[in-house]
Design a binder for this molecule. Sequence first.
Ligand SMILES: CC(C)(COP(=O)(O)OP(=O)(O)OC[C@H]1O[C@@H](n2cnc3c(N)ncnc32)[C@H](O)[C@@H]1OP(=O)(O)O)[C@@H](O)C(=O)NCCC(=O)NCCS
Length: 204
Amino acid sequence: MPGSRAASTQTQCGSAFLPINTAPCAKVFQEINVRNIDSCSIDRFVDPAISRAMKTATQRMELREIEHSGVDYKAAVQLRDRLLRVPLGLTFAITDLAAEKADIHLAGFDTQGNLIACLVLSKTQAATTLRMRQVAVDSDAQRRGLGSQLVAYAESLAAARGYKLMTLHARQEVKNFYIQLGYTETGEPFNEVGIPHIAMQKNL
Ligand SMILES: CC(C)(COP(=O)(O)OP(=O)(O)OC[C@H]1O[C@@H](n2cnc3c(N)ncnc32)[C@H](O)[C@@H]1OP(=O)(O)O)[C@@H](O)C(=O)NCCC(=O)NCCS
């Protein structure tokens, strides 16, 4: 039956390249190499935004959940501080970091094991909504599709855990990064940490 064949292929395609339905903390090594990917299969079976992220990626990155308080978390905080706080003349307070204990922390590592990308997922008052925040990719690794891979990973993990909606506050200057991943604006611009932001969301 054509329908059942498609469903089976989708699972194989998803498990080969994306962390769909993977267990929490599973170590997922994504083979992101355009030449090794069957573009037709991707277009047929995965979300278009994820498909685009996979096709545009030009670098291998290991994606995984990291523990709050571990060495990887410290590296993630350093990256976030460098990219998201220091340029604004801000830094993280100990209480800010302690408040992240209940959050989900995701990170991407290069082939040498260096943490080069990270983000945080926070629970919200709505049981099936997560808020994505603190998305950062090392300056030397930007515009290679890694940020898109990381967000796609976060969405897959969130969906696998039953979440239905991802929300975020995008810095206005990088709004297009989220638009190309399928996020839509949900309100008027506002100021946060002293710079313009816009609320966005995506159904998972
Ligand atoms: C924003 C950020 C996470 C994007 O990560 P990235 O790995 O560079 O993004 P990708 O390579 O996956 O980008 C895919 C597409 O998103 C869009 N995009 C990416 N960065 C963008 C930016 N700074 N401004 C506008 N559009 C951007 C582009 O369309 C890009 O495609 P292109 O390179 O072919 O033009 C990264 O630039 C970063 O860490 N910036 C500093 C911290 C920050 O501002 N975080 C976001 C807070 S809301």
